[in-house]
Design a protein around this ligand. Structure first.
Ligand code: CP3
Length: 342
């Protein structure tokens, strides 16, 4: 049904002529057409109006022809739907005026009916599917429960999420109650997204690497794994854990279809730690997109040779930065499309 199904084939581990490519945060501030809409509408309006969300989703596809689209939205629509106030402050980022700090706060958090609270996301998916016209697959996503807890407790971005960790270590019962509520909401949400038309889902554990390997199992991975188990028969699941190389062994034994890795691990070590059989996604240093286009192309080709063209999805190791030149993003995508196995 999907005309370019390279991405879905890589998720199945099939042999391909070249790996598929997309970029985390590919719909965003490095695109002038995105900035035009950003001037006119605030962040959550862009997420909530299906026409806007779908337009922003297809912008990078029109410009560069990536092999997959990712729905324009945010991981923080989940806490919003759970009755936690979330603002997106210009030049600051997420801000939660009433962070969660005790069991009483956790008890006030609801597990919503996702089709009620997040129906606009499902409408955005339907509008996007129409615009994509089955050219490329559409990825839906959610934050990992741990990463969502980080914002709910810290109240904003942070270098070390110290308040979130302190909450988990001093009040584990409240922390696990909250993590389970987020997990239950996320499972229902991702299932609804698949029903609305997304072809795969990615779980962003952006702050998993803040935890020690033991704490990662307790506060992050067990919840991600619940989501994978609940979704595995609905759609392929990609688990991206930034800084989570230490957990690749455990992650590779799960029913995830692919694992995302950041740029701090070599392809060889990532293959070794993940057992050599599971599809990997990554891991170009986003800041390396400042290198001249010719150098980017060389480095991307080398990256594909190191990971191998099969069971591999080319991506950045984290989201694209706002000030990346357009030609440099193009060089990244083109290098993959021009790839010929040597
Ligand atoms: O990949 C895509 O292009 C789809 C859109 C997308 C956004 N956020 C749009 C966005 C995705 C996949 C996300 C996920 C997200 N959001 C994550 C996980 C991925 C990651 O980067 O680690 C996280 C941690 C968030 C929370 C969040 N949202 C932060 C920390 C910020 C502010 C920092 C920043 O990058 O500006 C946002 C805002 C946000 N989400 C923007 C965009 C395009 C920029 C603000 C704007 O456009 O007004």
């Amino acid at each position: 049904m999907i005309k370019n199904d390279l991405f879905l084939r890589a998720l199945k581990g099939e042999t391909v002529d070249r790996p598929p490519v997309w970029m985390m945060r590919q719909a965003g501030r490095y695109l002038p057409e995105f900035m035009e809409l950003k001037k006119k509408y605030d962040f959550f309006t862009r997420c909530q109006i299906p026409e806007l969300a779908s337009e922003i989703t297809v912008q990078p596809i029109r410009r560069y022809g990536m092999d997959a689209a990712i729905l324009f939205s945010d991981i923080l629509v989940i806490p919003q739907a759970m009755n936690i106030e979330v603002e997106m402050k210009p030049d600051f980022g997420p801000y939660l005026p009433n962070p969660i700090r005790n069991l009483n706060d956790v008890n006030n958090v609801i597990v919503p009916d996702v089709n009620d609270a997040l129906g606009y996301v499902m409408e955005g998916i339907k509008a996007t599917k129409e615009k994509l016209n089955n050219e490329v697959p559409l990825i839906g996503f959610a934050g990992s429960p741990w990463t969502i807890l980080c914002y709910c407790v810290q109240g904003q971005g942070s270098k070390n999420f110290d308040k979130a960790k302190e909450f988990c270590f001093t009040n584990p019962v409240a922390a696990h109650t909250l993590l389970q509520k987020i997990t239950d909401t996320t499972i229902a949400y991702l299932k609804a997204k698949v029903a609305a038309g997304v072809n795969a889902v990615q779980i962003f554990d952006s702050w998993g690497g803040m935890l020690s390997p033991v704490d990662y199992q307790e506060f992050s991975w067990q919840y991600i794994n619940q989501i994978i188990e609940a979704l595995k028969d609905d759609a392929p699941v990609i688990a991206f854990g930034k800084g989570c190389w230490f957990a690749l062994d455990e992650m590779s034994k799960s029913n995830a279809s692919a694992l995302g890795v950041d740029w701090t691990i070599s392809a060889k070590n990532a293959r070794y730690l993940s057992g050599g059989n599971i599809t990997l996604q990554g891991n170009f240093d986003p800041t390396r997109l400042f290198s001249p286009p010719a150098e980017i192309k060389k480095m991307v080709t080398q990256m594909i040779n190191e990971f191998g063209k099969d069971k591999y999805i080319v991506n950045l190791g984290h989201g694209i930065l706002p000030n990346i030149p357009l030609d440099n993003a193009k060089a990244f995508i083109d290098a993959v499309k021009e790839y010929e196995a040597s």
